[in-house]
Design a protein around this ligand. Structure first.
Ligand code: NAD
Length: 386
């Protein structure tokens, strides 16, 4: 079979939405994937409008996702979509993912995986039963310098990892943005549409995923304090978590949307016996490595001394900055490469398998459950004798 473009259908990403546009741009970045259809909006008229924006065949801008999946399945094999990309609010992740998998379509879904953990477990079982590809867009792990950081930890150069600090402060919910026409704030702070957590689900799961990806370690115990600091809000807007990892390392994971003035300050610091490293999302092309016995190293992508995995995830020569679309693009390129190899009956290269999966999505859901349970419990605090 000769190579062909991988065909994408999209759920969500209608007019005025946030992340859907990133998915579309990222999917097209390397020319491997093509958007062919969508159910872009909760309002069918807006779905049609968005389809026109993307110059789609009007008959493939569907009124809703069940119709999209049913109609696409009826199309000839050489026309129908290969995978569904889900960019809707959290409460509309499970159903399109379930329907896609049950009808033989691969899935790329945004995070958190579902509105509740039971649905996440069902998706894991469906992926295992169908053998279909399922990526979750914890796309920060797509940055070349995050890959480099993981490579350095894996190489053992830092020694045994002892301490990990992964933080995600934002300031955009410092004031009550919900209820005043901000569509992103409205659903995020509504338990029916967001799930049982806002902040820890929305960005705490990214901080967890980044910590576990870079270190290769798993969080095994935690002690959390999750809060709602803007009065009248129905879900959390801040959370601080002490964590213990499976190798005995200690750490802190925190997420906040009331850290006034912060943009998207996702940052990770990892410390081993011999040195540490630091990466921050607002400067994604810089990785700082700190040593006990020599000066600080600054690593940037596109240089010959970068690891093979960082090079594989870099598109431009050194000094030409890459950003969030490229990081998302690395997830999409890996998914497209895996689908392509499957079509050709071949095994994909190992580097193409390096994307967050449904299992990472489930870990995010378990994290939400655990931090809320820990936060609601008093037993974790010891009384300080007076
Ligand atoms: P948004 O409110 O900006 O957009 C949601 C879109 O989904 C809208 O166009 C809406 O009409 C559409 N929609 C809602 N119900 C639908 C339905 N039943 N069928 C079809 N379309 C429907 O939301 P957003 O901020 O773009 O977030 C969307 C998802 O992406 C969320 O799960 C969020 O957590 C996630 N997200 C991930 C990242 C990341 O870095 N990976 C960043 C931002 C958002």
């Amino acid at each position: 079979m000769t190579k062909r473009k991988i065909r994408m259908g999209m759920v969500g990403g209608g007019p005025g939405s946030f992340i859907g546009k990133f998915h579309v741009k990222a999917a097209h970045l390397d020319g491997q994937t093509e958007l062919v259809c969508g159910a872009f909006d909760i309002d069918p008229a807006n779905s049609k409008l968005q389809g026109r924006e993307y110059y789609l065949d009007p008959s493939r801008a569907y009124d809703n996702f069940p119709e999209m999946i049913a109609r696409e399945k009826e199309l000839p094999e050489n026309v129908r979509m290969d995978f569904v990309s889900i960019t809707t609010p959290n409460y509309v992740h499970y159903e399109p993912a379930r329907l896609a998998l049950e009808n033989g379509f691969h899935v790329v879904s945004d995070k958190p995986l579902t509105n509740d953990t039971e649905d996440a477990r069902k998706l894991v079982r469906l992926v295992e039963d169908t053998g279909l590809i399922f990526a979750v867009t914890h796309a920060y792990t797509g940055y070349p310098m995050v890959k480099e950081a993981r490579h350095i930890v894996q190489s053992g150069k830092l020694g045994k990892i002892r301490k990990v600090v992964s933080e995600y402060p934002q300031g955009w919910l410092s004031e009550p943005m919900e209820g005043i026409g901000n569509m992103q704030a409205d659903w995020r702070l509504d338990p029916a549409r967001s799930g049982k957590s806002n902040c820890m689900g929305d960005i705490g799961t990214h901080a967890l995923n980044l910590a576990e990806y870079v270190t290769g370690l798993k969080v095994t115990q935690l002690c959390a304090d999750v809060s709602t600091l803007v009065e009248g809000r129905r879900l959390d807007d801040d959370g601080n978590v002490l964590v213990r990892f499976d190798n005995g390392a200690r750490g802190i994971i925190y997420a906040s949307q009331i850290s006034a003035g912060e943009e998207n300050g996702l940052k990770i610091r990892v410390y081993g016996e011999k040195g540490g490293l630091e990466w921050i999302q607002v400067e994604p092309n810089t990785l700082t490595v700190k040593w006990l016995d020599k000066p600080v190293e600054v690593i940037r992508p596109g240089n010959p001394w970068c690891s093979d995995i960082a090079k594989y995830n870099t598109r431009f020569p050194a000094g030409h900055p890459e950003g969030l679309i490229e990081a998302f693009g690395n997830v999409y390129r890996n998914v497209a490469t895996c689908i392509q190899h499957r079509l050709e009956g071949k095994q994909p290269p190992a580097e193409a398998l390096d994307f967050p999966t449904v299992h990472d999505g489930l870990r995010g859901m378990l994290f939400i459950d655990a931090v809320l349970e820990s936060s609601e419990s008093d037993s974790k605090w010891l009384d300080f004798p007076n």
